[in-house]
Write a protein that binds this ligand. Structure first.
Ligand SMILES: Cc1cc2nc3c(=O)[nH]c(=O)nc-3n(C[C@H](O)[C@H](O)[C@H](O)COP(=O)(O)O)c2cc1C
Length: 323
């Protein structure tokens, strides 16, 4: 029933969205994904400036294709200005994730754009359904970047599909045509792919971070709040982040309270973390990516990645021999 939702609503050729990723999914990336037949999403972070929004959203807005934006609910709690500005560019879809989505969802619903929320467990699924969100994105614990570490993608996907007729997108660990086919065969309306696009040419992630992801194995990641604590970011504690493990995360994961005390005190930790991020020092800075890091390829364009993922059609045909 939901299989053609994305093509009939947004005119996409393939049921493939790039995940909105602050620090990776720029306007160029989103426009390239939309041009290639998927649906591009721009990631707007907590500290994104009005100038950045103006520069980046102008790109997909002029592409002639549908595109979307992802915002972080917790970061908008006390300042809705970025969302007002985003809506001026008429995105077709706005995803509101991580925190209380209600105030932002109201604004997006009033604008006429479709809404999406990433859910990571059954409570969040129930809440999203009650709020009348148009598209449910099930985001499994294997996914990259911030989110819940509660349930894997496949059980979450099945739970959501059993619970609703609304379109459900699968996120977390999907990085190849096989992964796309698996989600579609289960009944997903499409896939929401993050880590695989971090290494795209159009991704704005720094080169050394892309290289680290491209060379990582699937078991190289760690789920941790330590990077947020070190930077004194106000991420709700229930949303840690999955990143490529490094010396800093290994030292402090499990010692979060000690780290918080250190940062609150007189230490230069926040400054050192800021420098590490600025210098793309992968031994200290966060390199957010999920278990799909083991499946990334360096140097591809976003369009090439979409084309490769579109190989799901051959995978589904082969699976149909079981019918
Ligand atoms: C580098 C990076 C940055 C991310 N930033 C955001 C973000 O700004 N907003 C958001 O809603 N999700 C963000 N996410 C999470 C993605 O939306 C998505 O849940 C995740 O990438 C899916 O799992 P995958 O990485 O295995 O494909 C980010 C993920 C990564 C890897």
């Amino acid at each position: 029933m939901n299989h053609s939702f994305l093509s009939s609503t947004f005119g996409t050729q393939y049921p493939i969205l790039n995940a909105p990723m602050a620090g990776a999914a720029s306007g160029q990336l989103a426009a390239a994904v939309s041009r290639a037949g998927g649906m591009g999403m721009v990631g707007v972070g907590a500290s994104t400036t009005a100038g950045w929004i103006e520069r980046e959203l102008g790109v997909p807005a002029q592409s002639g294709h549908a595109w979307g934006v992802g915002v972080m609910a917790w970061a908008l709690q006390d300042r809705m200005d970025p969302l007002h500005q985003i809506l001026e560019y008429n995105p077709s879809l706005v995803s509101v994730s991580f925190g209380d989505p209600v105030p932002a969802l109201k604004l997006v619903q009033a604008s006429g754009a479709k809404t999406a929320v990433q859910i990571g467990n059954q409570d969040e699924l129930r809440q999203a359904l009650e709020l009348g969100v148009d598209i449910i994105v099930v985001r499994g614990a294997e996914g990259g970047g911030h989110g819940r570490n509660d349930v894997g993608t496949l059980p979450l996907l099945q739970l959501a599909l059993e619970a609703t007729d609304r379109p459900v997108l699968a996120a977390g660990g999907i990085a190849t045509a096989r992964g796309v086919a698996a989600a579609l065969a289960a009944g997903a309306a499409g896939v929401w792919v993050g880590t695989r696009f971090t290494t795209a040419q159009e991704s704005i992630m720094a080169g050394p971070l892309k290289d680290r992801i491209a060379s990582a194995d699937a078991d190289a990641t760690i789920y941790t709040r330590t990077f947020d604590i070190a930077q004194q970011l106000n991420w709700p504690a229930r949303y840690g982040g999955r990143a490529i493990s490094n010396a800093f995360a290994e030292e402090w994961t499990g010692h979060e309270e000690e780290l918080a005390q250190l940062v609150r005190g007189d230490s230069d930790m926040a400054e050192r973390m800021g420098d590490a991020r600025g210098n793309a020092d992968v031994a200290m800075a966060p390199v957010y990516a999920g278990q799909a890091a083991g499946l990334t390829v360096s140097g591809q364009t976003a369009g090439e990645i979409v084309e490769e993922l579109a190989g799901y059609r051959a995978v589904l045909k082969a699976a149909a021999s079981w019918l």
